[in-house]
Design a protein around this ligand. Structure first.
Ligand code: UDP
Length: 328
């Protein structure tokens, strides 16, 4: 009998890569997604497999999955600052009502559950790099509050189910990740810059570009997640790439990579945009024997090739096709 795993957000960027990985490892994979920000094109190659199923469902409503489940990975959530502004209530609901439903499901099925948390729990960090013990600096009522607080609540709820019900739980804090299948129009910096280069537009750097991020290639992230899920470690663990870069330097790298002749233009820095971010991955190294392997040069090349291969009209899609109809 194949082990069975439920992946929420299975049609999204990370969710779809996780579906691929678990199929490759011999699991029966059930992907669940309401397709607001997810896209069936990310998983269409899996539909022909009999060990793959897709449920079109919003996990903020009661979740029913027939049969046994060994693992649940809760990766459903809007995950870009633009999305939080457009669908703030849904962002809060999937992290709160959604996780409650999935923890209940995990209990009923005696399944191990992993939740996708985020470096956003550290807010605009005053400690650098960020170790798991840092409690963060979050503005609960700012534009990112709907995401940050939902994820913090999700961690608290998950720990409560672990301590009170003895549920097997895992919490991964994901730092900026990139790779094929990112949504080109979700406003995040990498698809924004590459999309701009491909459309022949100037690259929009927010603020003076001195803020930093540390970008992890998706295959590295998936490897870390897989190891954490199968480990015994219950407290939150950072998974990300500690190689830090300013957004200005990043724009220059994209200009070089794409060969665009466009220039950088400056826009105001969004409110509460973290000034610096880099994971302390000591725990992942020591406990999982994990560290990222893919250099930014390699990862960016693969990602650029992916975006170049998309049909040209996708470059000009303003929003995901389901997005507008959902928020009306
Ligand atoms: N950013 C930018 N230009 C863009 C989009 C984003 O300069 O067109 C900046 C943004 O202000 C932030 C960084 O790039 O400092 C990373 O933004 P992203 O939305 O990708 O993720 P975040 O790490 O802020 O959640």
């Amino acid at each position: 009998m194949r082990k069975r795993v439920l992946i929420t957000g299975g049609a999204g960027f990370l969710g779809s890569h996780l579906c691929d990985r678990f199929i490759k490892e011999g699991y029966h994979v059930i992907a669940m997604d309401n397709l607001i920000t997810g896209d069936l094109r990310n998983i269409e190659h899996l539909f022909k497999l009999e060990q793959f199923e897709f449920y079109h469902h919003d996990v903020s409503k009661f979740v029913h999955v027939p049969g046994q489940l060994d693992y649940i990975l809760h990766f459903a959530s809007p995950a870009s600052p633009i999305d939080y502004l457009k669908i703030p209530i849904q962002t809060l609901k999937v992290g709160s009502l959604g996780i409650h439903n999935l923890l209940g499901l995990a209990r009923a099925k005696k399944a191990r559950i992993m939740i996708a948390s985020t470096s956003e729990v550290y807010g605009d960090p005053t400690v650098h790099p960020q170790p798991e013990e840092y409690y963060g600096n979050v503005n609960s009522v700012g534009p990112r509050g709907v995401y940050d607080e939902a994820k913090r609540f999700q961690e608290a709820m998950t720990m409560a189910y672990h301590t009170f019900h003895g549920l097997e739980t895992r919490i991964v804090r994901i730092f900026n990740t990139y790779g094929p299948r990112m949504r080109l129009n979700d406003g995040r910096v990498l698809p924004a810059f590459i999309g701009q280069a491909l459309r022949g537009e100037d690259l929009t750097v927010f603020g003076d570009g001195s803020q930093t991020r540390s970008f992890c290639y998706v295959d590295d992230l998936v490897e870390g997640i897989y190891r954490l899920l199968l480990s015994d470690y219950v407290l939150p663990m950072n998974i990300g790439n500690p190689n830090e870069i300013t957004i200005s330097e990043f724009a220059e790298e994209i200009i070089k990579l794409t060969g665009t002749t466009q220039k950088v233009i400056y826009h105001p820095l969004p409110k509460d945009d973290p000034k610096q971010r880099r994971p302390d991955i000591t725990k992942a190294k020591n406990i999982l024997g994990w560290e990222p392997k893919v250099s930014r040069a390699e990862g960016l090349k693969i990602t650029y090739d992916y975006f170049k291969s998309l049909p040209r009209e996708v470059l000009f899609e303003r929003d995901h096709k389901n997005f507008d109809s959902y928020i009306k």
